[in-house]
Structures are given as C-alpha cells and as structure tokens.
Design a protein around this ligand. Structure first.
Ligand code: IMP
Length: 184
C-alpha cells in the first residue's frame, strides 16, 4: 500500500523551532501572569489551529483558570473582504463578568478576530484580551487590538504547531513553510 510521506518530508523551511516557540510562550505567559495578578482567568482557545499554543500557554499560567474552546470558520478570505465568519462551536461557559483571554493561532486579515472579539464582547466579560502566536501584519484589512503577539511573520503560508494545510501538518512541533510542490 502506498503511504503518504511523513509530514517532515514536506517541510521547506523552519521559521520557529520548538525551543524558540517555548521561549516565546514562556514570555507571553509571564506577561499574562503579571497583568492578571492572581485573579481568575477564562481562557478561550480558538479551534483548531490554536490547540498547541493554548495547551502550552495554559501550563505556564499561575492563576485560577477556566478553559473553553470556540470554533469558527471564515469564507472566501482570499477572494473577498466581506468578512463572513461562521460560528461552528460555541462556548459552554458564560463569560459575563469574567477576565477573558482569547488564544488564536494567526491574525492575517484580522476578520476572524474582529468577528470573535465582537461576538465575545457582547457577552459582557469584565475584560477581554487577545493572544496570537503569529501576526501577518502586512495582510491586515481591519484593525483588531491584539495584546500578546508571539512572532510577526511576512505574507507566507505556514503550518505546524497546531496550524494546518488542508487539515494536515498540525502535528509538526515547529512552525514551517511547505515545499511548493505540496500545493500542486
Ligand atoms: P484572518 O481572518 O484573515 O485574520 O485569518 C485568520 C485565520 O486564517 C487563522 O486563524 C488561520 O486559521 C488562517 N490562516 C491564516 N494564515 C494562515 C497560514 O499561513 N497557514 C494556515 N492557516 C492560516
């Protein structure tokens, strides 16, 4: 039987290796810990891309913490600026009166985070902050306030550390670009 190649074989360049990501996650966690000062925090991980970032970040947080996940998908983000985002899985816990930290993998045009921010703010949290692992600043179409940024990256498509291409490569432990032939 023909097996597909192992994910590492499709990697072109590693942008951030495991050690670099771990260091940055530690720094972001320290900033969140300092800002929160022991008060309870509700972490909202955005599925599925932020799974690894969320899992690593929460293990560095030192306050009482609740964890929930939300799933959204955006339509035609490369062909339209309509910003239509669909909620695929809602939270199980109410946010009213809570300090909320949204954890997302990538902010690109900003449309997904803008939708999420407005949707979550409507639930009247006490505060709402946003952490993203990767920021494609040059691609932004709408400004969204992001409180914690892992790394700024150029306009390249990346995978790994939870981030996918066509559902795959999430299990790579680093953030990388793929060989051009993978897309053809
Ligand atoms: P935005 O709404 O344009 O900001 O898009 C953000 C979402 O697009 C992210 O949460 C990712 O799911 C996806 N995305 C953007 N860039 C990449 C990439 O380079 N690789 C994989 N997914 C990406």
């Amino acid at each position: 039987m023909n097996r597909p190649p192992r994910p590492h074989a499709d990697v072109d360049a590693i942008l951030f290796d495991e050690a670099a990501i771990a260091r940055r996650v530690e720094e972001i966690a320290a900033a969140v810990n300092a800002a929160q000062d022991g008060r309870e925090l509700t972490v909202v991980g955005v599925l599925t891309g932020a799974c690894a970032f969320t899992a690593d970040l929460i293990r560095r947080l030192d306050m009482p913490m609740l964890l929930d996940f939300i799933a959204v998908s955006s339509y035609g983000q490369s062909t339209t600026t309509s910003g239509v985002v669909r909620l695929n899985k809602d939270l199980d816990i109410p946010l009213e009166g809570r300090d909320v930290l949204v954890v997302e993998d990538i902010v690109d045009t900003g449309l997904t985070l803008q939708y999420l921010r407005e949707n979550l703010l409507a639930r009247r949290p006490r505060s709402l902050r946003i952490a993203v692992l990767l920021d494609k600043r040059s691609r932004r179409q709408v400004e969204v306030p992001v409180d914690y940024i892992g790394f700024e990256i150029p306009d390249v498509f990346v995978v790994g550390y939870g981030i996918d291409y066509a559902g795959r490569y999430r299990n790579l432990p680093y953030v990388a670009t793929l060989k051009p032939e993978v897309y053809s």
